[in-house]
Design a binder for this molecule. Structure first.
Ligand code: FAD
Length: 528
């Protein structure tokens, strides 16, 4: 008999789960992907725009994610996918020897500080050396009995407050746009948590070379990939990060094309799912879609955010709405290379908690030096002629920063219920525009102050992404285990979940977790 699986959401998670299913499921499995918007890719969104100064050139701008790490089993897994999709020639690699790999900065006390890349560098580093004495206590301090705690509490307990405020908080801004005092150490820096539990000391565990947390499935996956593609091992050794010549969206576009070419799947764009009805007696799900006929499936894989899923389910699962997601303003800035130069080239810089960014830097999380970290994405005579920077702003500070800005005061949309809808639209568009102008000015000011770049950018693009990065609050993993049990019990195997809201926000994690979900479903189908 035929089995019909519906995938909700065509971001990288939904595309990946559909792609793995199409590769490994038996031919009697039909797959439908339902994407609410007019395109697939979700946050992966790369724009190629004309260069006003070089008519035969073009510039590449990333709205969302811009780089992938080849390290670890999830890194290896994405590389394998890239190779199977035939994208090797499109890769833009950043070798470990390049400045973008070696030079990463933290902005603190009015200047950029390069992060050390070795232990001897750390011992003599002006920001870190004073903290390392205190950090040595990690070797003698006992383990906590807690199941989870915030990153700040863990790092402060083991290494002192300075290490959290001045260093780790900056990394958390770079990955989660989040607040160290709120996020779960176990779900975000699982390695630190496990080293303490197993060795009683993070440093000791690291010295013993135990720097990763891999599940038995992860270890098997690694062996399977390296058996088929042993050459991928060299990526981890030589490459710091990578992207594609046409940006990260190359990956989601290639997945969509491969899926369409395979003939195994039907992809429906512009199909927002509004409701799901689970029929337990004949084990089918009726999926209602806005302005369209409903779709009937034997099972659903949700690759939308947990909050979006919450609204579609018949039962309330509070675990799905426990975590907030933060908003990020992404500001791409293009300067002329002959007018603007980086005194300190590298990957970019991050702002730590100790800088009190919400007050002093209008919510700046960090700035990526795109022209250093992805130097060949611009094409034609534009290549090498621009300084391209991206400021990431807001995150956990977004609401506070907006509340402090004049945008809130002058364009308050409270009491608008009486206004007719077209006016409401104009008003909210006006507010969005005012917000964009606010973040544009804030990003330009920050770059001017922090990098001493006085000439204005030639082009600026601002995108405000609402609810774009989920925040794994303390206790997240335990909640996810509980959710997993509930979903199994309530939906009889008719519902599975994947996506950035559950077990990792990076593109690599989204892809690897989607693979695990697809493999589990297929082995269950084979058992039946
Ligand atoms: P999404 O991309 O959110 O996809 C979900 C999809 O579901 C969307 O297409 C949406 O339209 C659709 N959908 C929603 N509701 C419905 C519905 N009811 N019916 C049908 N469809 C629906 N990661 C990295 O590894 N490296 C980076 O450099 C990096 N930088 C980042 C920078 C920014 C600014 C952001 C926002 C994220 C960054 N990330 C990075 C994280 C990573 O990009 C995301 O976590 C990941 O892309 C999430 O993918 P997803 O498929 O799980 O979710």
């Amino acid at each position: 008999p035929r089995t019909h699986i519906a995938v909700l959401g065509g971001g990288i998670s939904g595309l990946s789960v559909a792609w793995y299913l199409a590769r490994i499921s038996p031919p009697n499995v039909a797959i439908t992907l339902l994407e609410g918007s007019k395109r697939t890719g979700g946050w992966l969104h790369s724009d190629r725009i004309n260069d006003p100064l070089h008519p035969d050139g073009s510039l590449l701008l990333e709205r969302g994610p811009r780089s992938l790490r080849p390290q670890g089993v999830s890194g290896l897994n994405t590389l394998e996918m890239t190779k199977l999709l035939g994208l090797e020639r499109d890769l833009e690699l950043v070798p470990k020897t390049s400045l973008a790999a070696k030079n990463r900065y933290i902005y603190s006390h009015g200047k950029l500080h390069m992060l050390p890349s070795s232990l001897s560098g750390a011992l003599t580093h002006p920001l870190l050396a004073p903290k390392l004495v205190r950090a040595g206590l990690d070797l003698v301090k006992g383990s906590s009995k807690e199941d989870d705690e915030s990153i700040e509490s863990f790092v402060t307990r083991r290494f002192g407050k300075g290490m959290s405020d001045d260093l780790i908080s900056a990394m958390v801004h770079g990955i989660y746009a989040g607040d160290v005092s709120k996020l779960s150490v176990r779900s975000t820096f699982g390695m630190l948590y496990h080293l303490e539990k197993e060795y009683g000391s993070v440093i000791l565990g690291l010295l013993m070379g135990k720097g990763s947390v891999e599940t038995p499935w992860d270890q098997l996956l690694k062996e399977r990939i390296l058996k088929g593609m042993p050459e991928l091992k060299t990526f981890d050794e030589n490459v710091s990060i990578y992207s594609f010549k046409d940006g990260l969206e190359t990956l989601s576009k290639a997945l969509e094309k491969d899926l369409r070419d395979s003939g195994r799947i039907s992809i429906h764009l512009d199909s927002p799912v509004e409701k799901m009805d689970f029929n337990h007696s004949n084990k089918t799900v009726k999926i209602s879609i806005k302005d369209q006929e409903p779709v009937q499936a034997d099972m659903v894989i949700s690759a939308i955010t947990p909050r979006q899923l919450y609204n579609l389910l018949p039962h309330s699962h509070s675990e799905l709405i426990h975590n907030p997601s933060v908003a990020v303003a992404v500001v791409n800035m293009i300067y002329r290379a002959d007018q603007a130069r980086l005194a300190s080239p590298g990957f970019g810089y991050l702002i730590p908690k100790s800088e009190n960014s919400a007050v002093n830097h209008q919510g700046l999380l960090g700035v990526v030096f795109d022209s250093c970290s992805a130097p060949t994405q611009d094409q034609g005579s534009s290549q090498g002629q621009t300084l391209k920077l991206t400021a990431m702003m807001g995150g956990h500070m977004f609401d506070d920063v907006v509340a402090q800005s004049s945008v809130h005061d002058t364009d308050d949309d409270s009491g608008m219920t009486m206004i007719k809808s077209s006016d409401k639209m104009t008003n909210s568009n006006g507010r969005e525009q005012a917000l964009k102008s606010f973040f544009e000015k804030a990003a330009k000011d920050a770059v001017k102050r922090h990098l001493q770049i006085d000439s204005p950018p030639e082009i600026v693009k601002v995108h405000i992404h609402r609810e774009c990065i989920p925040q794994y609050l303390v206790g997240h993993l335990q909640r996810m285990q509980k959710l997993d049990e509930q979903l199994r019990k309530e939906y009889d195997g008719m519902l599975a979940v994947t996506g950035a809201g559950y077990l990792g926000v990076s593109v690599n994690d989204c892809i690897k977790n989607s693979r695990e979900v697809a493999e589990a479903i297929v082995s269950k189908l084979e058992e039946e």
